[in-house]
Design a protein around this ligand. Structure first.
Ligand code: S0N
Length: 281
């Protein structure tokens, strides 16, 4: 990865065998870095397959409580789809030589459904599909050199999913229309004023601050954070959001003595005794 002026804030341990990303963990935090700085961390299909693998690893690892998504170097978080390998039916690289892909949508859904908080740690450009990725994250911490914007109508693309309506939910409909229709670039202070990011910090302290936010969340109840993420996403995500929230309700029920009585009675070939549990008002 290129040199950065950011202070290294944790003793990161690298793992996984990836070409386009770096996966590191420390102190219950997973840091996932898009590592294509020569293209301002634009993603290609390979990048997205690797990101999905890394997010899956972080989700499955019960030691991990918070995930940070970032870009290598100080010049860009992510500049969206790699326009240099955009074919006529999506993006094409060695991992998808015959059929184009629009596989960033799968990653957006994965970030939303991951039951652990995801923080976008943004230095430099968060543009196009890269901007949508930070919108999909739970929290966004920006360096003072961060630049935000959509470019779709300029380069012949658009994101009518989370990139549009989740953005509108975040900054309001009028702002969302402005961002998409005019394709302007906005600085970090403007983004903060619009509620598009949670904090703006000096570039050198970006990782330090982001890790501090992660550590603060790690002190909190993981189940409470999981339920809150599900609840906050459920309305926007419609039936899929309710399905996930309902699954979490089932998880909590499984952990109760009442549900365990049903399981035990089945295994012990006896009638369940639910009479000992209160009929709550
Ligand atoms: C970010 C910009 C404004 C920075 O300008 P600056 O500082 O002048 O740097 P450059 O010299 O332009 O860039 C440095 C090098 O990086 C390359 N590069 C930058 N961005 C990309 C990119 N996206 N793809 C490929 N290469 C990129 C430059 O070319 C340069 O390298 P050299 O010198 O070797 O040419 C400026 O770079 C800029 O405007 N970048 C393009 C931003 C953009 O338009 N991104 C794409 C937007 N569209 C999407 O992201 C697709 C959305 C999407 O993914 C999607 C949505 C819905 C449904 C499906 C999908 C899907 O596609 O999966």
């Amino acid at each position: 990865m290129p040199e950065s002026v950011q202070v290294r804030a944790a003793d990161w341990k690298r793992s996984g065998d990836y070409e386009d990303i770096v996966y590191e963990t420390a102190e219950g935090i997973a840091k996932i870095t898009i590592n294509r700085p020569e293209r301002h961390n634009a993603f290609r299909p390979t990048t997205l397959f690797e990101l999905r693998d890394a997010f899956n690893a972080a989700q499955e690892d019960s030691e991990i409580g918070v995930i940070i998504l970032t870009g290598a170097g100080d010049r860009a978080f992510c500049s969206g789809g790699d326009q240099k390998i955009r074919g006529d039916d999506g993006y094409v690289d060695k991992s998808t030589p015959h059929v184009g892909r629009l596989n960033v949508l799968d990653l957006q859904v994965q970030i939303r459904r991951c039951p652990k908080p995801v923080i976008a740690m943004i230095a430099g450009y968060a543009i196009g599909g890269g901007h949508v990725l930070h919108v999909c994250c739970d929290l966004s911490i920006a360096a003072d050199n961060a630049v935000f914007g959509q470019t779709g109508p300029k380069v012949g693309s658009f994101d009518g999913g989370y990139g549009s309506w989740l953005l509108a939910e975040t900054v309001g409909l009028k702002r969302a229309r402005e961002i998409w229709y005019l394709c302007r670039q906005y600085d970090a202070e403007t983004a903060l004023g619009w509620g598009l990011v949670n904090a703006v910090v000096p570039l050198a302290r970006l990782e330090e601050e982001t890790v501090a936010w992660a550590r603060e969340m790690l002190e909190k109840s993981p189940l409470a954070l999981r339920m809150l993420k599900g609840a906050l996403n459920a309305v926007t995500d419609g039936a899929a959001g309710m399905q996930q929230f309902a699954g979490d309700a089932t998880l909590l029920y499984y952990m109760s003595e009442e549900a365990q009585e049903g399981r035990d009675a089945f295994k012990e070939k006896r009638a369940p005794d639910f009479g000992k549990f209160p009929r709550r008002p």
